[in-house]
Ligand binder design. Structure first.
Ligand code: TYM
Length: 340
């Protein structure tokens, strides 16, 4: 905890982030994370960030990055994140993220950072030797994002667990070397839809890098429907929830359950003796029923760029107040001489 001890009555804090690396969020982002961002606003003091610094760990076209950052911000609001209740901000607007990241990098072992599996995955075909050092240190910047806000919980999909482990290790290490400074955060992974699977390959997670099996929320409803109706299933021809043997069907059931708030067992009961086509049709309908108004709200935010800029500035201001306080404590504990 920082020196300015928090009011014990204050709500615990939450932080999460999303990369502005596509022109639309996908269904996995919404069901695995954003949906929970919205829900957590009720009981927590919430900080949500569009992580543009993380985005440049792989090459980005400057104009596309700027456009994607705006559309990501707009979608976060369209999903139901309320800029009055939450601090919604663009990561590069809060310089403390990079400042704390440097301190944490100096506390991270090279071997420890090398164990992060996403580095190898994201380096892709060109291999780790050609990847940027920024991509290598990416999880440490993520740790800084979280620790700056003294977040207790971090709502993320299951793929972020390893990065959260590193964050917890770094918080603990700093605290034991320099005195109690950081809250040690916990991942908050939803039990259902923590890992939405690729529709055309249900052994992989849904990801923007494989667009054929990925439902983009701002995509035309017709295309959404087509992708869902051609989802890969199996030849069992029975609708059961068996993620091992029938991952494609289980994925469809999870999506439907998450969107409709209906228990999977109840759904399965209702589908007894029903063909896969009916289930796919229902899933498509539920996704479009969410995506259409979501896209409309996103467009409305984008049509008023001055208001979007204002909201970004408000969010950055709220975030900086907290981030600057934490960083000041960190700098002092480390032994940096104050600037005066
Ligand atoms: P990113 O931008 O890849 O994804 C944003 C969020 O969406 C979740 N997600 C999924 N959930 C379920 N099923 C899927 N198929 C799926 N695909 C993505 C992710 O788990 C994530 O919660 N490193 C982070 C961004 C980040 C961050 C942070 C997150 C930077 N700093 C601090 C939390 C806290 C990332 O690349 O997410």
């Amino acid at each position: 905890m920082t020196d300015q001890a928090r009011d014990p009555e204050a709500r615990p804090r939450v932080l999460s982030g999303i990369q502005p690396t596509a022109d639309s969020f996908h269904l996995g982002n919404y069901l695995g994370a954003l949906r929970n961002w919205v829900a957590m606003q009720r009981d927590y003091e919430t900080f949500y960030t569009i992580v543009d610094l993380h985005a440049i760990t792989v090459p980005q076209d400057p104009e596309v990055l700027a456009a994607n950052t705006r559309v990501s911000f707009a979608q976060t609001l369209a999903a139901g994140v309320d800029p009055e209740r939450s601090a919604v901000f663009v990561q590069s607007h809060v310089p403390e993220h990079t400042q704390l990241a440097w301190v944490l990098m100096c506390l991270t072992g090279f071997g420890e950072a090398s164990r992060m599996t996403q580095f190898k995955d994201k380096a892709g075909k060109s291999g780790t030797a050609n990847a940027s050092v920024g991509l290598f240190t990416y999880p440490i910047l993520q740790a800084a994002d979280i620790l700056l806000y003294q977040a207790t919980k971090v709502p993320v999909g299951a793929d972020q667990r390893q990065h959260l482990e590193l964050t917890r290790d770094l918080a603990g290490r700093f605290n034991s070397r320099f005195g109690d400074t950081f809250v040690v955060p916990e991942p908050h992974v939803l039990a259902d839809a923590a890992k939405v699977l690729d529709l055309s390959d249900p052994t992989a997670k849904m990801s923007k890098s494989t667009p054929a099996g990925c439902v983009f929320l701002l995509e035309e409803p017709k295309r959404i429907t087509k992708k869902i109706k051609s989802a890969v299933t199996d030849s069992e021809a029975v609708i059961r929830y068996d993620p091992q043997r029938q991952p494609g069907v289980a994925n469809l059931l999870e999506i439907l359950s998450a969107l409709q708030g209906e228990a999977i067992d109840d759904l399965v009961e209702g589908y007894s003796g029903v063909l896969y086509g009916t289930l796919k049709g229902d899933v498509a309908e539920a996704v479009v029923a969410f995506a259409e108004p979501f896209a409309q709200r996103t467009r409305e935010y984008l049509e008023d760029p001055a208001e979007l800029d204002r909201l970004m500035a408000v969010g950055a201001q709220k975030a900086r107040a907290v981030a600057a306080d934490t960083l000041q404590t960190v700098y002092r504990r480390i032994g940096f001489v104050p600037a005066g």
